[in-house]
Design a protein around this ligand. Structure first.
Ligand code: GTQ
Length: 350
């Protein structure tokens, strides 16, 4: 019997770490992406009390980073929201410090609740407000502190699973809890945030952070000014509403080499068309409310979102937004990696 002979072959060679390709070829080289990730939704109202309880059982200092990880339900135990990305909600209470360290993983913060705490990057502190987008470039010292009188919560987005995949993770703790402040607040923004850049004798406008944006704070006021201006006067995109990508001002590319970030405005009464793309996307609702329909090959999820909710749209799932009230959504994905590899695809249905 052919089948029996095959089974015998598989069994005999298995101890030698050999396995037949033809049994797995279809799954290895699928006709279209077959992500193991599921669409998922985290309602802030549900998450917030657990964050508060985390604040009662451990200090930011002891935890180093007091974060509840948003785990994809299909990837439990892997600290991943998509195959390549990590997301978590970090709480820092008044008077607390999250000690200084650095790592090769790139990180973003999107401020979800509160104002007045700071993140320090390479000697400069930046005060955080709801809706600000802040980055900590790979291998830069960073610490967080809350000198306000209210708790602060932000979304952490990191490329942890990507760096793990490449086995390229290094980390180091600083010698002091808070790094020394060596620059006034706003210096980085003054150098790079006004469509200008410092002039060097050799004519190169170099980022101090390699392939990462030299801007580490993208304040919400500027972002909303742009989106509101477009909303008043420009033609709305039938799929995205008004959507802008945050950029590295020196390259025009994404602020970090592994993660692209976006803010999009769905105008009041928006009914979007479905589209899909190879990069799985994590969303944080900055303001307003609406509905997202996420359709995979065999599944359909409909989430009704409101301010501070989070959700994830896996690779190659159709996503479709509607918003009677209007909404503004922050999002991030691993799109720069897809583009660097020349494998990014997107499809807009009409
Ligand atoms: O703030 O450096 O959510 O290193 C996970 C790992 C935050 C951080 C996280 C981290 C950080």
């Amino acid at each position: 019997m052919m089948t029996k002979q095959r089974q015998q072959l598989y069994a005999d060679m298995s101890p030698h770490n050999l396995t037949p390709l033809w049994e797995v070829l279809h799954a290895l080289v699928p006709q279209a992406p077959l992500t193991p990730c599921d669409p998922a939704f985290w309602r802030y109202e549900v998450v917030r009390p657990y964050l508060a309880r985390a604040g009662e059982v451990i200090s930011a200092e002891e935890a180093v980073r007091r974060v509840l990880i948003l785990e994809n339900p299909a990837l439990r135990g892997q600290s991943a929201i998509t195959q390549s990305l990590y997301a978590g909600l970090q709480l820092i209470l008044p008077g607390e410090i999250a000690p200084s360290h650095r790592h090769t993983q790139s990180a973003l913060r999107f401020i979800v609740e509160g104002k007045g705490a700071y993140t320090a990057v390479n000697g400069e502190r930046t005060t955080m407000h709801e809706g600000d987008f802040i980055i900590t470039p790979s291998w830069t010292w960073h610490d967080h502190g809350n000198e306000s009188d209210k708790p602060m919560v932000w979304l952490d987005g990191l490329d942890i699973p990507t760096i793990r995949f490449f086995d390229a993770g290094f980390a180091e703790n600083d010698t002091s809890q808070s790094q020394k402040v060596t620059k006034v607040e706003g210096e980085g923004f003054a150098r790079f945030g006004y469509n200008m850049a410092p002039v060097r004798h050799d004519g190169v406008y170099a980022s101090p952070y390699g392939r990462t944006s030299p801007l580490f704070s993208y304040p919400i006021a500027r972002t909303m000014e742009a989106l509101h201006t477009l909303e008043r006067s420009a033609k709305v995109d039938a799929w995205d509403g008004f959507k802008l990508a945050y950029t590295n001002p020196l390259s025009g590319g994404s602020p970090m080499p592994t993660i692209a970030t976006f803010m999009q405005r769905l105008p009041k009464g928006f009914v979007g068309k479905p589209h899909r793309q190879t990069d799985g996307v994590v969303y944080s609702v900055y303001e307003g409310s609406g509905t997202v329909r996420i359709t995979g090959v065999t599944s359909e999820h409909v989430f009704h979102f409101t301010q501070r909710d989070h959700f994830v749209v896996p690779s190659w799932h159709n996503v479709e937004f509607s918003s009677p009230e209007g909404a503004t959504l922050f999002s991030f994905s691993d799109q720069p990696i897809h583009k660097a590899l020349g494998i990014h695809r997107e499809e807009r249905l009409t």
